[in-house]
Design a protein around this ligand. Structure first.
Ligand code: EPZ
Length: 429
């Protein structure tokens, strides 16, 4: 059983091997978890496929069971069947603390039973991560919001459509407001929404369940509320962040990798930046071939989709330590997402932070060190840095990586990486 809190294992990585071969990817973490939450709106059964074998999925299943959904999850087959029963509006206390994505139960709960009570999600290593946009949007739809004892309670005697403009195209707020609006009275127009492929996946699944949504993929969603949503079967979209991670790993190690089950159009900006850095990228209908070249410095700014994804920033940072020249990376989405730089500096990286800009000078020879996986993406990037470095790198707290990457060690090893998962005690021997 994958447990996101177990941190006894480490990765032991010996660098220097270029990655070669083919890797086939899973469904997207940041879609699957929301598709599961949308089951709260279903008047029948929701059957999901290509559900990734990551630690957050069984936790989300537990959260939904606690809310009255029967969940039949088969991680090996990548399937999940969800059938809501009597819905409870009070989420299990530890739910949100275990995974932030359980916050995406807020909108569907308010939509379905006009009420929801969840623990307030605190911030984490990458930022304060407020939920004011979620709550303000629900208030505009007629809900009242009360915060007490570290929890937020939302109640809507009547839930009606509204015209909303988000201050920022927040992924989480878009998902919650969308999932409330699809069963609210009347029409909603939500402007400046997030357009990520995972949002589009959710929209399309809701339409397959009977929702009326226009403007999918555009900055404005137009939603006509319906009485109820029905059953459907849905295949989770490919994980573009997982794909981007393997692409960066191939390029940083001087390798040649084919990535299967990916939609290249989901990665337009990252592929533009990889090519600008001297990497050869061939696009297939649902595959990518990434072949390393002489790496050159590039400048990148992270932005909401279709901008460069913040979830590929730490991995890109590793690649840019190997590029000739000075690259500038600007983080615009999460205010504390440069904490990974401290880890990279342990290995000899030459990175200067100036507010939300990082100047990365390269190429430098990274030396193996003991690193800590600070979060899902920084953890994956720490392993990538180990693949590039001389000597051995040990990555601790790898439970963070388990939360977002299926079979990470096995897949890298299948590409020729010298990496293993070992118990913490193995370091004593
Ligand atoms: C989702 O987080 C993803 N998580 C994140 O992936 C991803 O980095 C992020 O979107 C941006 O793409 C999941 O889908 C589970 P936001 P979310 O709401 O929804 C501020 C990973 O590694 N904001 O778009 O929390 C917020 O503080 C994770 O897989 C408010 O201020 O992201 C942040 O600075 C990490 N008030 C920014 O907006 C609000 O009400 C973006 O947040 C909402 C957001």
């Amino acid at each position: 059983m994958l447990d996101p809190t177990a941190s006894t294992d480490v990765f032991r990585v010996r660098g220097g091997e270029p990655l070669r071969g083919t890797v086939r990817l899973s469904g997207a973490k940041n879609s699957a978890l929301k598709l599961m939450a949308a089951s709260l709106l279903c008047d029948g059964e929701l059957s999901l496929s290509c559900v990734p074998r990551i630690a957050d999925v069984p936790v989300m299943a537990d959260v939904l069971r606690g809310l009255g959904v029967s969940v039949d999850l088969d991680l090996h087959a990548g399937t999940c069947r969800l059938r809501p029963g009597k819905i409870s509006w009070h989420a299990p206390a530890d739910a949100v603390s275990r995974i932030r994505a359980s916050l995406s139960c807020l909108g569907p709960l308010v939509g379905r039973v006009r009420r929801a009570r969840l623990a307030l999600p605190g911030g984490d290593r990458i930022g304060a991560r407020g939920i004011d946009l979620h709550l303000r949007g629900l208030q505009a739809m007629g809900a009242t919001v009360t915060e007490l004892d570290g929890e937020v309670e939302v109640f809507a005697g009547e839930l009606h459509g509204a015209y909303l403009t988000l201050d920022f195209p927040s992924v989480g707020a878009t998902e919650n407001l969308l999932m409330a609006a699809v069963v609210a009275e009347g029409e909603s127009i939500i402007d400046n929404v997030a357009r990520e492929p995972e949002i589009q996946d959710l929209c399309r699944m809701l339409v397959a369940m009977g929702a009326k949504i226009g403007g999918i993929g555009s900055p404005t969603l137009e939603i006509e509320g319906v009485e109820r949503l029905g059953s459907t079967s849905w295949e989770t979209c490919p994980d573009r962040i997982e794909a981007g991670t393997y692409a960066m790993a191939a390029a940083a190690t001087g390798g040649d990798v084919v990535i299967e089950r990916v939609r290249p159009s989901d990665l337009t900006l990252p592929l533009i930046k990889l090519r600008a850095a001297g990497v050869a990228v061939e696009e297939g209908a649902d595959s990518l071939r990434v072949k390393a070249g002489d790496l050159e410095a590039v400048d990148v700014v992270t932005l909401p989709y279709p901008g460069f994804p913040t979830d590929l920033q730490p991995q890109l940072m590793v690649l840019l330590t190997q590029a000739l020249g000075t690259s500038r990376c600007t983080e615009n989405v999460f205010e504390s997402r440069f904490s990974f730089v401290t880890e990279l500096r342990r290995m000899g990286a030459d990175i200067e932070i100036d507010g939300h800009h990082a100047l990365i000078r390269g190429p430098v020879r990274l030396a193996g060190a003991t690193l800590t996986a600070l979060d899902v993406r920084a953890g994956a990037a720490a392993a990538l840095a180990g693949l590039v470095a001389s000597g051995e790198t040990v990555v601790r707290d790898v439970h963070h990586v388990d939360r977002g990457y299926a079979d990470f060690v096995q897949r890298l090893a299948s590409l020729g990486a010298d990496i293993e998962r070992a118990p913490l005690e193995s370091l004593d021997g």
